[in-house]
Write a protein that binds this ligand. Structure first.
Ligand SMILES: Cc1cc2nc3c(=O)[nH]c(=O)nc-3n(C[C@H](O)[C@H](O)[C@H](O)COP(=O)(O)OP(=O)(O)OC[C@H]3O[C@@H](n4cnc5c(N)ncnc54)[C@H](O)[C@@H]3O)c2cc1C
Length: 417
């Protein structure tokens, strides 16, 4: 079996990359180790309007549960900063149905989809780069386990869209993302204050990141958190697991405790990779999505950034395969283009992540208090963007609220740009 492009992993990134490779003329095989697309779910399913548009889908009842227009940011001392985007900013989706819609679109473009098929090894041909001779483009031999049987398939280019634990990255010797934040979440009965708003809880109850409630409707929310393991351990050296912090959040945060009715309808754990490695390509191989550490360090969202990169990956993989040059040098076009589109935002996001994650509760109380003024609310409403937080940071910096912001952020804002 031989294909121009084989995509490993039929998450949102794999299906999008496969579709774009097919749209650009390649024969494409899309592999998924599980027997069902979109399952198990490892996501809150909060997708910005831009993320859905980037996937070339329209919000539809097939996958949308709820729409949200803003957030209530809860400081550790209980004060609340309302951020009202005034219009729908994001949707709460069924990731299972969302992922299935993307897989259907890929198949409609001619992609061959193979479920219960796990990539278990990869052999690369040898390129003669640097010898001055004409470069060969030896195909990749991908070992798979399909329905319990071992097989080998041949591909000009393999796209590793196999998520945070990417085996394709390991087989290729490419580095892993800089950090993986453990995330945990339940879906549970929870009485929303307003189901048009998510709730965010930064501070020591989720060291290094934040906890959240994301309403599916007025009565049920996804309640979860992610954290920085090092900071969680420093915070509580006896118990630093995400489960410990989630239980504590549910039982001891007064706002949440008053609205959470107990029990759960669903349980999710997963890692959020932040900080892409230096290289996301090798001879015959590209990495995209979580496999390439493309999730946003500020929100843990990986669907928008992953879909953006997937489209480039699919096109570059198809072009390279059809040109007969699958060398790392040829594929570096992908690395250049996705970083051109996302690199700066991810870098700034990492600085914001590190700065916010290290603030003590007392500092967060001050910061959130300082931002809680009508003129700053107005700027946040106008420029707040969950996919591009740097836009708001830049606007805040030049907003004429400098004394207040100096108090809130110190010199941090100036170091961002
Ligand atoms: C708790 C939590 C909450 C999150 N909330 C959000 C959110 O609200 N919004 C958002 O945008 N992002 C969120 N994310 C991040 C988001 O889930 C990921 O960024 C996104 O799913 C990445 O897509 P992907 O296609 O790269 O990887 P995945 O969705 O992980 O898909 C990878 C696929 O590859 C398959 N696979 C793996 N190995 C193999 C193999 N060897 N052979 C064949 N198949 C293989 C897997 O089964 C899987 O289907 C969250 C993550 C977590 C952990």
């Amino acid at each position: 079996m031989s294909y121009d492009v084989v995509v490993v992993g039929a998450g949102p990134v794999g299906s999008t990359a496969a579709r774009y490779a097919a749209l650009n003329g390649a024969s494409v095989l899309l592999l998924e180790e599980h027997p069902s697309i979109g399952s198990p779910v490892g996501c809150t399913g909060l997708l910005s309007t831009r993320a859905i548009a980037e996937c070339e889908l329209k919000p539809s009842d097939e996958f949308v549960f709820n729409s949200v227009r803003g957030a209530f940011v809860h400081a550790p001392d209980g004060q609340c900063l309302p951020i009202d985007g005034k219009q729908t900013k994001a949707y709460v989706v069924s990731r299972k149905n969302f992922d299935r819609s993307l897989a259907v679109m890929a198949v409609e473009e001619g992609v061959e989809l193979s479920l219960r098929t796990r990539a278990i090894g990869l052999e690369k041909g040898i390129h003669e780069a640097g010898t001055g001779e004409k470069k060969e483009s030896p195909p990749i031999k991908l070992k798979i386990l399909k329905n319990g049987r071992f097989e080998t398939i041949s591909a000009s280019v393999v796209i590793g869209a196999d998520g945070v634990k990417s085996r394709i990255a390991s087989y290729t010797g490419l580095e892993k993302p800089a950090r993986v934040l453990p995330g945990i979440q339940i879906e549970a009965p929870y009485t929303s204050v307003d189901s048009d708003f998510v709730e965010l809880f930064p501070g020591s109850l989720a060291p290094g990141f934040f906890a959240w409630t994301v309403p599916i409707d007025e009565k049920v929310s996804r309640i979860g958190l992610a954290l920085e393991p090092g900071l969680a351990f420093k915070n509580n050296q006896k118990e630093s697991s995400s489960l410990f912090y989630l239980e504590k959040f549910l039982c001891s945060n007064p706002h949440v405790k008053a609205r959470y009715s107990g029990g759960m309808l669903d349980f999710v754990v997963g890692g959020i990779p932040i900080g892409p490695p230096e290289r996301t390509i090798a001879d015959g191989v590209l990495l995209a999505g979580d496999a390439a550490g493309q999730a946003k360090p500020t929100s843990a969202g990986g669907v928008y950034t992953g879909a953006f990169a997937a489209k480039i990956a699919g096109k570059v993989a198809a072009d390279a395969a059809l040109e007969g040059d699958n060398s790392a040098q040829r594929l570096s076009e992908y690395d250049l283009l996705w970083r051109k589109g996302l690199g700066k935002e991810l870098d700034i996001g990492m600085k914001i992540h590190d700065y916010m994650g290290r603030l003590e509760d007392r500092q967060l109380n001050d910061l959130i208090g300082s931002l809680n003024t009508p003129s700053i609310h107005k700027i946040i409403t106008e420029y707040g963007d969950m996919d591009h937080p740097s836009i708001l940071m830049r606007k805040l910096m030049f907003s004429g609220n400098s004394l207040r912001l100096m108090k809130a952020f110190g010199t941090f804002l100036k170091t961002l740009f």
